[in-house]
Design a protein around this ligand. Structure first.
Ligand code: FEO
Length: 395
């Protein structure tokens, strides 16, 4: 397999994972890539590796550029095994290579692979490789404590590892070669499901690279940004600040149709009020997609019937996932149904409180089946929420 030349002396030598459909619980229906980059200067530098079982693919691409024994440095921008998994195998074929990593990276790599020839760098450190002085910026928690950016000022190329990535398997390498809406959809999904919790750290990372002149952002997954750099930077700033749109997400599940009827009534009224609304049934929609809807939705309405004095497991599972990703500046609304015991909608509201959501409207619940009056009351709640969303009175 062959390399792709991105700029003179800079090559993509990664691997394409066409069959990946699940990445630690994240549904990756477009597959992914593990992007590794080779910089051939007076010194030869490999930036990141690939998942262990994709090592032969990366190696063949490296060999299409240069003899791997000539590699002088392997930069590990992130310890997670989708990027470090091939490090030991690569070192065997590149015996003189040193591993450039952040202080936290060294600690993490030692826990994975033991003692290796590490060379630790910190924010502000540079590495001269001939014509180029590579610069390093630590970006902790985007997406692990060890995460680090490499920047080549001579090429104006940023290698930010997971940041700005997307899970897309493709032969196309650049953002101008694929519909932009697909790339931004996958970038949003990636951010919502991987990075959302770390907004303040993302802001710090964006500030740290804001003074750099950037012609290319080469992340560790998916498409390389070249034509739409301004667009993705703008989106990252927005997401990092937890800025939302006046739109709503209704996520629910149902046992005998009662909570679903409430969800439909709420959906119709919000749409009637001019609020773009997404309706997601949690038993038929993967939580990866529902989480992506959360990213820019100001109102998160969640409905559950009651089972064993609690939520349905599908609703509980989603709320646990949502709590972990810790969205901020949201309005919540809990609704649902119950029979002889209570608890479903109440548990939803408890989770909202735990996540510090704004709750301007009390939870709404019906016993057994919603009557026409219940549905009318639900529509009135929808109207009220619609009015609140259109005003600035709720975040
Ligand atoms: Fe692509 Fe956090 O690893």
């Amino acid at each position: 397999m062959k390399h792709r030349e991105l700029k003179p002396e800079i090559f993509w030598v990664g691997a394409i994972d066409w069959n990946l459909r699940n990445f630690h619980g994240y549904e990756t229906r477009r597959g992914s890539t593990y992007n590794a980059y080779l910089v051939v200067d007076e010194k030869v530098v490999l930036i990141d590796t690939v998942k262990e079982h994709f090592f032969p693919e990366m190696l063949s691409r490296i060999k299409s550029v240069i003899d791997p024994q000539k590699i002088d440095y392997i930069i590990s921008g992130h310890v997670e095994m989708d990027h470090s998994g091939s490090l030991p195998a690569m070192l065997k074929l590149a015996p003189r290579a040193k591993i450039i990593t952040s202080p936290a990276g060294e600690r993490g790599l030692k826990k994975h692979f033991g003692e290796l020839p590490y060379q630790v760098v910190k924010t502000g450190d540079t590495l001269n490789i001939g014509k180029r002085n590579l610069q390093f910026v630590e970006i902790p928690m985007v997406h692990w404590p060890d995460s680090m950016v490499t920047y080549s000022p001579q090429d104006r190329v940023l290698f930010p590892n997971d940041a700005f990535g997307q899970h897309i398997a493709s032969f196309e390498r650049f953002d101008g070669q694929m519909p932009l809406n697909i790339i931004t959809e996958e970038a949003a999904k990636y951010y919502a499901n991987i990075v959302l919790r770390y907004g303040s750290q993302v802001e710090k990372a964006l500030n740290a690279v804001s003074s750099l002149e950037i012609e290319m952002i080469a992340p560790s997954h998916g498409i390389i940004w070249k034509t739409h750099i301004e667009k993705i930077l703008k989106l990252y700033w927005k997401w990092a600040k937890y800025e939302t749109e006046p739109r709503a997400l209704i996520a629910y599940d149902t046992m005998w149709g009662s909570t679903e009827k409430l969800a439909f009534a709420l959906y119709e009224e919000l749409e009637e009020a001019g609020i773009p609304t997404t309706l997601r049934k949690l038993s038929t929609t993967h939580i990866t997609d529902v989480m992506t809807d959360v990213l820019e939705s100001r109102l998160i309405a969640i409905g559950s019937p009651t089972i064993n004095q609690d939520m349905l497991p599908t609703v509980g599972g989603f709320l646990t996932y949502l709590r972990g990703l810790a969205p901020r500046k949201r309005t919540g609304f809990a609704f649902g149904s119950y029979g002889w015991g209570k608890g479903g909608p109440e548990r939803v509201e408890e989770m909202f409180k735990e996540m510090k959501f704004n709750l301007p409207v009390a939870l709404f619940k019906v016993q057994y089946l919603p009557t026409d009056d219940d549905l009318e009351n639900m529509r009135q709640v929808g109207e009220k929420l619609g009015t609140l969303l259109q005003s600035t009175s709720i975040s």
